[in-house]
Design a protein around this ligand. Sequence first.
Ligand code: HEC
Length: 104
Amino acid sequence: MNRYPQAPSLAVALALFGSIAAASAQNVENGRHLSERWCVECHAIGPTPGKSKAQSFAAIAAKEKITAEMIASFLRLPHATMPNVPLRGNDAQDIAAFIMGMKK
Ligand code: HEC
């Protein structure tokens, strides 16, 4: 008899949790990648402010009321001062996740 009847389901739960964690880490990584490609020209995307013309991503993330959804939908709109970045699939959400990851 199995002395630990709960063990298999715990293993499944841990495996599921592991894959979810890996997936979201990858999305943030994609967001960082896209930001380095398209956003650094104007926004500081790292901890150091640099020579940015616009607010740093850390400053955007620090705003009290900002959410990942707001950033993602902002990115899908054409913006006068920002170039149109060719975002596909979940790119906007990935960038938003990357920015929100800087929230303290
Ligand atoms: C050509 C310069 C330029 C580039 C490139 C650029 N931005 Fe911006 N962005 C601005 C300016 C200017 C503003 C408006 C002023 C401000 O918020 O500092 C702005 C505003 C924003 C805001 C809104 C901040 C708020 O207060 O709600 C977000 C979010 C943002 N940018 C994200 C991005 C992301 C993500 C990228 C890369 C995909 C990007 N920007 C690329 C110039 C740029």
